[in-house]
Design a protein around this ligand. Structure first.
Ligand code: GP9
Ligand code: MN
Length: 623
């Protein structure tokens, strides 16, 4: 056995050497050409092993050839893989990002890159291919020309590649749970599964979207148009245009659920600033998040498009190439400049690419912020610093502006420096829930200071402020602690109620009002547009203005649960909202069809990229 293995190694020595070369080279490129932050040793280990599985798989093809042809295959495979790495290196120098297929085919990007590609190439780059020449000469000298590998050998090599891949993904998953579905970031993928696997993953997702798009045709949008216009509700004339020409501050309050509002923990208010702000704002206590796996990015998608995010995957990633009629693009025609401000890597959630599709003029991301270990915690820059450093950015903008601020400190695992703890952690057996209140309290303080700075900067009077929770922060895994906090059992009915997130619309000079209407993030776009005095009658949107007099109380969540004025439907059971008890399905029925239809139509639009078929002469102008 040992003898046999030894023999195999010597028969195919250059097969193994080539794997080694490509593996080590890829790692060296990671370390020298890209700027990939490493948080711990485990991440270093993952980065080191991640090129291996695909490298073995690539060279497997050479085993189908014998003699000289095998040798040539080795050179060819090495060259192809090195070229992929090299292309990423050059691309990274220009875009500070990794290649994703649609971007490669976007002519505007390539135009940019095409002009400057020669200035991006450096003489030392040729080293990327040096080992291949060495390998070719060496194999030639040695007269390396093995016979065709046996089926068993090929099978074993394939198994080795698969096992290596599973081990790689396994370790990566412990380091970064739900890597492939949730926390999507190109940099994170490269870091965890490697460049080659990432490109395969990217190719699969993009071709799936392409195929769905190819099968869609223009007639499908007509049904949707009819449905949407039949359900359109006129805005309240008293509210329409109330904030005409004002700057819009959209503040995404990370992981903040509505149950913390006007609530105390150990006798201390959790959100004192928001509680005060509500006194002078329109406050919607029955407002739901409607996000799916795309979390924050899904909430952004809902807000800007009034379309539902997808039942699985993050639409920001899977359908960034679609045509949209998003708010930033629409309000440009009304003189607005738009921006997103978020102190995280720009490629997180594929934002850099999606924001272009949504028509954002500017994206202030990590690079535009001064981030140090002292002013960071958890996911990055602390909210206080983020908001303060954002001020000069918005001051540099043309007025009026539409600016979305995405906060981050109140993100799982809810860690804080001691100096930022305004209230002590709660004392249940569940550390996550205990810390949650304290981080929510911190963000509340950061918001208070931000409002003060906005006033000082003279921006307050001419602006409106829309604060909303992006999605839940406490998942169902924490039901026991939540039951203890709320003093009631967390039934499926309560779980849905916990998906309420705060929505506060603050317009300087307006009196406070609590509006109990049931709604969701889907309703934000028409609500905001109408406040700005912009019609949405002809837009494809599933939301209704939250101020509209004859709007129906309604919100459908991405898990198909829906909530009406009197009922709540979840897990195929209808509940009476007054009692929280199961009830006859008749109470839920009136809006059951609406819930189904809306999700179906919205998905259809996204999968088929149907907005591209809209009549260019109508008010729904597309690019
Ligand atoms: C990351 C931030 C948080 O940039 O938006 O993402 P989440 O995990 O909440 O979706
Ligand atoms: Mn979030």
């Amino acid at each position: 056995m040992k003898q046999k293995m030894k023999q195999t190694f010597s028969d195919y020595q250059f097969f193994f050497i080539a794997i080694m070369f490509l593996w080590i080279k890829t790692y060296v490129i990671y370390k020298t050409a890209f700027d990939i932050p490493m948080e711990n040793t485990m991440q270093q280990v993952i980065l080191f092993i991640n090129p291996l599985s695909s490298t073995v798989l690539f060279f497997l093809f050479s085993l189908y050839f014998q003699g000289k042809a095998h040798r040539h295959m080795i050179v060819l495979i090495s060259a192809a893989a090195s070229f992929v790495m090299y292309a990423n290196m050059v691309f990274y120098r220009f875009f500070n990002d990794f290649i994703t297929i649609p971007v490669l085919f976007q002519t505007s990007n390539m135009g940019d890159l095409g002009n400057s590609v020669f200035t991006l190439i450096e003489p030392l780059d040729m080293l990327v291919f040096a080992d291949i020449i060495l390998l070719a000469v060496w194999m030639n000298r040695k007269g390396y020309a093995p016979k065709r590998a046996t089926r068993k050998q090929i099978g074993l090599t394939f198994t080795a590649a698969v096992v290596l891949f599973i081990v790689n993904v396994g370790i990566a998953e412990t380091e970064r749970p739900q890597l492939l579905t949730r926390s999507f970031d190109r940099e994170m993928l490269i870091k965890n599964i490697g460049t080659y696997n990432y490109h395969v993953y990217d190719a699969i997702i993009q071709s799936k979207a392409k195929a769905q798009r190819a099968f869609a045709d223009g007639s499908e949008i007509t049904d949707v148009e009819n449905y949407v216009s039949a359900n359109y509700k006129n805005p309240d004339p008293k509210m329409f245009g109330k904030a005409k020409g004002k700057n819009v501050f959209l503040i995404s309050v990370e992981s903040t659920q509505n149950f913390v509002i006007n609530e105390t923990v150990n006798g201390k208010e959790i959100t004192p600033f928001l509680n005060d702000l509500i006194q002078e704002s329109y406050y919607f206590p029955n407002f739901y998040h409607q996000t799916g796996q795309g979390k924050t990015s899904d909430s952004e998608f809902l807000l800007d498009n009034s379309l539902y995010p997808l039942p699985s995957g993050a639409v920001f990633f899977t359908h960034a190439q679609n045509q949209y009629n998003a708010t930033p693009e629409l309000i440009k025609k009304h003189g607005y400049e738009s921006a997103v401000l978020h102190a995280n890597n720009k490629s997180f959630w594929n934002r850099d690419i999606m924001y272009d599709s949504l028509g954002y003029d500017k994206f202030f991301s990590l690079k535009e912020y001064d981030v140090t270990p002292e002013n960071s915690i958890g996911w990055g820059l602390k909210d206080r610093e983020f908001l303060q450093q954002s001020l000069p950015h918005i001051q540099s903008m043309k007025k009026p502006f539409y600016a979305k601020f995405i906060t981050l400190t109140n993100h799982f695992p809810f860690t804080l420096d001691e100096e930022d703890e305004y209230i002590p952690e709660w004392t249940s057996a569940d550390g996550t829930v205990n810390r949650y209140f304290t981080t929510v309290r911190y963000t509340d303080e950061a918001l208070k200071e931000f409002f003060a700075s906005v006033k000082k900067a003279g921006l307050y009077e001419d602006s409106i402020f829309i604060l909303y929770g992006d999605h839940y922060g406490i998942s169902e895994n924490h039901n026991p602690a939540m039951a203890q906090f709320l003093g009631k059992e967390i039934t499926p009915f309560e779980s849905v109620q916990l998906q309420k997130v705060p929505l506060i619309i603050h317009m300087p000079g307006e009196k406070g009002k609590v509006l109990p209407t049931v709604g969701g993030q889907i309703d934000l776009k028409p609500t905001i547009m109408h406040l700005l005095g912009i019609e949405t009658k002809n837009d494809i949107q599933f939301g209704t203005d939250l101020f509209a007099k004859d709007r129906q109380d309604f919100a459908v969540l991405r898990d198909n649960s829906y909530i009406t004025k009197d009922a709540l439907f979840t897990g195929n059971i209808c509940y009476d909202k007054r009692t929280g008890e199961k009830t006859d399905s008749k109470l839920c029925e009136p809006l059951g069809a609406r819930a189904k239809t809306e999700l179906q139509y919205s998905d259809k639009i996204i999968y088929g990229d149907l907005l591209r078929f809209l009549n260019k002469n109508s008010s729904q102008v597309t690019k």
